[in-house]
Ligand binder design. Structure first.
Ligand code: SAH
Length: 452
């Protein structure tokens, strides 16, 4: 019974910090009737895989199954080979801090969605692929499920209920682990322990934030609690209360700005460059993320506001930084609308939610300066999408921020990008930022310009 989790979001080894397991060691934890071994088959900045292998003791399993009505089970027991509630216990024990959303060394990582892929060999699924789809697709997973035949030598016997399953999603590790923790035993629909009130608490706890709205909620709750009607009803009605609680009371884990900064960071990390300048860096939130990337040797933040730069210096703890780190970062005061040699010589320039703070006529000075004078190889730029404002106001003229001079629709942004392409010889690619809605698009938009 083997489960692997792969992260391919750069730097992929973030996974090992979150899992609290050293990538170079094999570590084992005791679980009921066996051991779980945790190790890393692949470790690099591009791809990092952690595996958890369950090594069950079939004899112990039978010996400890008091009152098992099926005596024959001891000879045909599939428990040592399939991922079931044992795997859920192993996840809870082996990855407890990640499952509970703790990361001592790098707390900021907890709320960052990773590019994750899970493989589970082999899973017993009651209800087949249909149930797998019902469970995982509504949560946003891409899934490949391969069903194993009962016996490859006798295809006419048909398929077994055993599957190898691959799941892909960009989510936080905590969310992924809580999905697996709850859904693995649900797929199997068999448990090695009696369910009690305690299981209701565990289910409520690990299902928080996703189970309440899951279309297969009833199936999940009833299977998880082994069809104990009273317990299932308690859990379902407790969830109903949660569901009816107004959304405003729930604190979002990741703000739109976090999503935006993460997307900009990812673009820059992907380029594998060594220097970057954040133009209009404000309070230094992007700089803080960039410092985590060891590849970047020269990071500069520039802003017109000395107050913002002071806040940035405090946020980055510049005064307490060790010298080798301090040498990598620099803050400058200046204006984007004036020629300034200090801004030249960087691989990438970022402008995150900056252009809309300039009067449209000053924007011409900015674009000349950025794309003609500074001329970095890549410019990563974001700005709000005006169309999305319908989600909070009916007033066409209302803007997101008191200091915004303009906000653009998607078409207006694209027209400006085309203008940059034609005048300054940069190609561009536009990406939506944040959750898209059908008629209005995403809350924010990003363009990545590359010098031709
Ligand atoms: N990029 C930061 C801040 C965005 S707010 C973030 O994403 O968190 C916009 C920032 O642009 C403010 O800090 C403001 O001081 C700065 N700014 C506005 N006009 C500017 C100009 N002409 N030159 C440089 N910075 C400017």
């Amino acid at each position: 019974m083997l489960l692997t989790i792969t992260n391919s979001r750069y730097p992929a080894t973030d996974l090992s910090f979150l899992l609290h397991k050293h990538p170079a060691k094999v570590q084992s934890v005791e679980v009921t009737n066996g051991k779980a071994h945790v190790f890393y088959p692949e470790v690099s900045d591009d791809k990092c895989t952690c595996a958890i292998l369950l090594d069950m003791d079939p004899v112990g399993l039978v010996r400890n199954s008091d009152g098992n009505p099926f005596a024959l089970d001891q000879y045909v027991n599939d428990r040592p080979y399939v991922a079931s509630s044992f795997m859920a216990s192993a996840i809870a024990k082996g990855f407890s801090s990640a499952l509970n959303g703790n990361c001592k060394e790098k707390p900021a990582l907890v709320s960052i969605p990773l590019q994750l892929e899970v493989q589970i060999f082999v899973l017993s699924v009651r209800g087949g692929e249909d149930v797998l789809q019902q469970l995982f697709l509504p949560l946003g997973y891409e899934m490949i499920a391969t069903q194993h035949p009962l016996d490859p030598h006798f295809p006419e016997w048909g398929d077994s209920r055993y599957f190898t399953v691959t799941l892909k999603h960009t989510v936080t590790l905590q969310t992924l682990l809580s999905h697996l923790y709850v859904l693995i035993p649900v797929m199997d629909n068999e448990k090695h322990y009696w369910v009690t009130e305690e299981e209701v608490t565990k289910l409520m706890n690990k299902g928080k934030g996703w189970l309440e709205d899951h279309p297969a909620k009833e199936l999940i709750v009833r299977r998880y609690l082994r069809y104990q009607r009273k317990l299932s009803n308690n859990a379902l009605s407790a969830m109903k209360v949660l569901e009816d609680t107004p959304v405003v009371e729930q604190v979002p884990k990741q703000t739109l700005h976090d999503v935006r900064l993460q997307a900009v960071y990812d673009e820059i990390a992907r380029l594998r460059v060594t220097s970057v300048i954040d133009l209009g860096c404000g309070e230094g939130r992007l700089l803080k993320l960039l410092l985590e990337n060891k590849q970047l040797q020269r990071i500069t933040g520039m802003d017109v506001s000395s107050h913002s730069l002071e806040v940035a210096a405090r946020r980055l703890k510049l005064d307490k930084m060790i010298e080798s780190q301090r040498k990598r970062i620099n803050l400058l005061q200046g204006s984007l609308t004036y020629r300034d040699r200090r801004l030249q010589g960087y691989d990438v320039a970022a402008l995150v939610e900056v252009i809309e703070h300039l009067d449209e006529d000053r924007l011409l000075a900015l674009e000349k300066n950025v794309f003609n004078e500074i001329q970095p190889n890549t410019v990563v730029l974001t700005t709000p999408n005006k169309e999305w404002n319908v989600t909070f106001t009916a007033d066409e003229t209302e803007m997101r921020h008191g200091d915004h001079r303009f906000e653009w629709t998607r078409a207006e942004f694209q027209a400006w990008c085309e203008h940059i392409r034609d005048v300054y010889k940069y190609t561009y690619e536009i990406k939506p930022l944040g959750e898209e809605i059908e008629t209005a698009g995403a809350p924010s938009q990003m363009a990545v310009f590359s010098k031709q």
